[in-house]
Write a protein that binds this ligand. Sequence first.
Ligand code: SF4
Length: 315
Amino acid sequence: MGENSLYYKYSDFLKKHYYTKVYKLPVNLPVSCPNRIDGSGCTFCSADGTGFEAMASSISVVSQLEHTKEYIHKRYKAEKFIAYFQNYTNTFMPLKQLSDYLEEVRRVDDIVEIDISTRPDCIREDYLDMLSAFSEKTGIPIGIELGLQSANYHTLASIQRGHGLAEYVDSCLRIKRRGFFLCTHVILNLPGDELTDAVETSKLISVLQNDLVKIHSLYIAKGTEMGRLFQRGELAVCSKEEYFRRLRYFLEYLNPDIAIERLFSRIPEKDALFSNWQTSWWKLQDEFTEYMTLNSSFQGKQFNYMNGPALQRFI
Ligand code: SF4
């Protein structure tokens, strides 16, 4: 985290690792999610999953990457890219199929990393073996993104995550043993959660040595279970001020070495019943920066709870 920064930005993390600007290229694979097949899916998940920016999954991996790469290169003059298997659960397929998709990525130039978004119950040793071997053979680092959303396992049950906290802890330990980048997704204002849940989630993510975290503000997408509850007036989203408070304390308890990919969700307006308190994403960023500055707050301010803090008096 740079001096005078309120938090460790993802762009700084990428510059530290790749010495240049790096952009993520979303790839949409023809996959689903065990939680949608075995259950009815997370209550906030729409039929399209969570990848609103991606191209159709019927288009080949190479074509998706080349197409988006050209656009990003023209617009931002970017030279290096991360292939990002984004939508649904991207290790929920036979091992050979995943291996073939990785090989397809190799046919595209300037890819410096591959990120795979998945669920804690879809991490297994033979898959990790394959990913390790691929990374070793090609020199391409692997990042794994896990959806957790909340450390409160009662909340996980109520949003129908289909996994608990133990599976998350287990998968983090396995991923970190391999030396992959680890990123966790959280939603800080799920119904039923409070400020203390945001703080506990931050502590857990820090203890499990995540490299990155992607923070989402709860949005209500059309056609979801949450959407139905919201329309019937049976679900309320907390105020913007309360979200800022949770976000502030989440950051204060977070290890300052963990980079932040985002602080708020982004969803096209046409897909949402509720999103970001009808405030633009940029305005929210500005308002939150002002709020943090006013409160003399910054990432890691209260990161003093590891390694036997009660024993500090004996030093
Ligand atoms: S794990 Fe992801 S893809 Fe699966 S149901 Fe939940 S939000 Fe949707």
